[in-house]
Write a protein that binds this ligand. Structure first.
Ligand code: PLP
Length: 438
């Protein structure tokens, strides 16, 4: 495939005149890998098409939400119907309860659910609630986990913040960052010693139970259970940030896979089916402190927006085989198998060039590190070869495979990816790995 970028290059220059860095979210700018980001004109199924007419097999999926693929007919048709009823009312609707109920059925730990518009809002609100509930100020997060861009959590953060080398952003007051404790992911000894020292001050521990923002990093066996035990022992709340891994690693999220029940959970991405929806929820006795049931204030003009609820409801019903909907037997089983097929294919190609890579997979999330050592935290993720990743990334893009433009991001499979897509991706990787090995 010959890739031309003239239109995108022009659009990028023009965008920079009006938008900081030309993009509305930093990692879209290709800052880490260099080059021109394709400006997208449209998307369908597993493909995105840019304004130069290039078509790519898309493994970014809008950074996670597009689990059914792009422009999935049942979703777009429902949206077309919904839009005729108006786009926003700022008043209660049946749709909000329907989505909350669906979430509760699929993730029973979320006894009460509050809808918001972004994952950032979800984690920000969950922290406020945890602080109010416990009467404590400190929160604890893990180095390389990303929970959105609000002040308390933009401390040693992953994702775009790690990609751009600004895990601690200017503008976050020391007085706020000082209340955020950080420890290495997967290191229970370090966590124990922080709790031993400051456990009585910690309102909550927030964690990506499957971490997708330092590349894909899985929790070690028993780790999440140990985190749960420590938080209980010291009276801190445990918040699972499943914005990315919820409805990705399994229908019931990481909490169902690892058998650990958090006090609060944050969701986003898949639950909005590609529209701006996120949510936080959990134990009824805690959530009842949220206004107007309780005194902890949190609100939103567009929260529970009817279009967004519609896309979320259709998506969750389709992926969860709930009766009365078109049945999708074994949705997660198939998606996971497909992801495994791709990872094994990539792995086999890498082996031909004797490249030492670390492949990780959790359900329909996957990632690879150009490293010969195990990657189980941010430090080990950072030791992987960024130059090799950039070579691989651009070689894949040139061949029509769109991966996340950073080593510190996970990739996503969708139900729309075909065997042909997977075969084409594996074939492209042979050329890309050869270039890396050169
Ligand atoms: N939490 C996690 C685990 C995420 O991956 C993200 C975004 O990628 C967020 C929170 C923030 O979500 P949003 O970008 O919708 O604010």
């Amino acid at each position: 495939m010959s890739v031309k970028h003239e239109q995108s290059a022009r659009a990028f220059r023009e965008a920079k005149n009006f938008i900081p860095g030309g993009v509305n979210s930093p990692v879209r700018s290709f800052g880490a890998v260099g080059g021109v980001p394709p400006f997208i004109a449209r998307a369908a199924g597993s493909k995105i098409i840019d304004i130069d007419g290039n078509e790519y097999i898309d493994y970014v999926g809008s950074w996670g939400p597009m689990i059914l693929g792009h422009a999935y007919p049942a979703v777009t048709e429902a949206l077309q119907q919904a839009v005729l009823n108006g786009t926003s009312y700022g008043a209660p609707t049946l749709l909000e309860t329907e989505l909350a109920k669906l979430i509760n059925e699929l993730m029973p730990s979320m006894e009460l659910v509050r809808m918001v518009n972004s994952g950032t809002e979800a984690t920000m609100s969950a922290l406020r609630l945890a602080r109010a509930f416990t009467g404590r100020n400190k929160i604890l997060k893990f180095v390389g986990c990303y929970h959105g861009h609000h002040d308390s959590l933009l401390v040693k953060a992953g994702s775009g913040a790690a990609t751009l080398g600004i895990p601690n952003s200017p503008g976050v007051p020391d007085s706020i960052a000082g209340n955020t404790l950080t420890v290495a992911y997967n290191d229970i000894t370090e966590l124990r010693s922080v709790f031993a020292e400051m456990g009585q001050d910690i309102a909550a521990v927030i964690i990506e139970p499957v971490a997708g923002n330092m590349g894909l990093v899985l929790p070690k066996q028993g780790y999440l259970g140990a985190v749960r035990q420590l938080t209980e022992q010291y009276g801190a709340l445990l918040i699972f940030d499943e914005v990315m891994c919820g409805f990705r690693v399994a229908l019931g999220g990481a909490q169902s896979v690892y058998g650990v029940k958090p006090d609060l959970t944050c969701l986003g991405k898949v639950i909005g089916g590609g529209l701006p929806v996120a949510a936080y929820g959990g134990r009824r006795d805690i959530m009842e402190h949220i206004a107007p049931a309780g005194a902890v204030y949190q609100a939103g003009t567009l929260s529970g927006n009817p279009l967004a609820m519609t896309a979320g409801i259709v998506t969750l019903k389709l992926i969860s085989q709930i009766p009365e909907t078109p049945r999708q037997p074994d949705f997660f089983h198939k998606l996971t198998a497909k992801t495994k097929q791709l990872c094994q294919g990539l792995q086999a190609q890498a082996a031909k060039f004797e490249l030492k890579l670390q492949f990780h997979q959790a359900g329909s999330m996957f990632g690879l590190f150009f490293s010969d050592k195990a990657v189980d935290d941010y430090d080990s993720a950072k030791q992987s070869d960024a130059g090799a990743f950039n070579t691989y990334f651009h070689a894949m893009l040139e061949q029509g495979v769109y991966l996340a433009p950073s080593q510190f991001e996970a990739s996503f499979m969708s139900a729309a990816h075909t065997d042909e897509d997977i075969a084409a991706t594996i074939a492209a990787s042979a050329i890309a790995f050869a270039r890396v090995a050169d």
